[in-house]
Design a protein around this ligand. Structure first.
Ligand code: HEM
Length: 155
């Protein structure tokens, strides 16, 4: 893991704020994602729900929260030094995403949407350093998910 201890501390302190409303931040993230990348919505069970009604869809709400809970788990394991457990969980999660048509790079747009949602939750606190730390964390998390996804899709 290439995060510095200062970056880990920054992630921990900003996450405390975002964690107050994980569902809200997750919803902002996925609503943004579907603006950045319209086609990725087809890969979800709520593909036919109109954009304006997504926040009324249980399956939309569930996945938005699941992503934020994954990030929460990643931070907990990272802080606890449980890297092996973290890598295993993320590779398994990537494997669980081996649905038809999902490409590893689809995860990258989610990262852009996450940065947007963090900016909304944190305001000025989300400065360039915090943005850099979070971008790095997300790329580390998805690197492992991508490994699992590729492995499962090759089988
Ligand atoms: C564009 C990218 C993604 C797509 C298309 C996608 C799609 C899906 C779908 C269709 C499911 C199953 C939902 C259901 O059965 O109701 C799922 C489950 C899940 N997703 Fe994603 N997902 C994406 C990105 C992510 C990311 C980036 C994370 C975490 C950082 C994540 C975390 C989860 C979790 C924790 C589950 C539940 C897994 C389980 O029950 O074992 N997803 N995802």
């Amino acid at each position: 893991m290439s995060l510095t201890s200062a970056q880990v501390a920054l992630i921990e302190s900003t996450w405390k704020v975002v964690k107050k409303d994980l569902q809200g931040a997750g919803n902002i993230m996925f609503l943004k994602l579907f603006q950045i990348d319209v086609s990725v919505r087809d890969k979800f069970p709520f593909r036919d729900v109109p954009y304006e009604e997504l926040e009324d869809s249980e399956s939309f709400l569930k996945h938005s929260l699941q992503v934020m809970e994954t990030i929460d788990l990643a931070i907990t394991l990272l802080l606890g030094g449980e890297m092996e457990k973290l890598v295993e969980a993320l590779v398994d999660l990537g494997m669980a995403h081996a649905m038809q048509g999902l490409k590893p790079e689809d995860f990258d747009h989610v990262g852009e949407a996450l940065v947007h949602a963090l900016g909304v939750a944190l305001g000025k606190e989300f400065n360039d350093e915090a943005k850099k730390a979070w971008t790095l964390l997300y790329s580390v998390v998805t690197a492992k998910m991508k490994e699992g996804l590729k492995e499962a899709q090759e089988d």
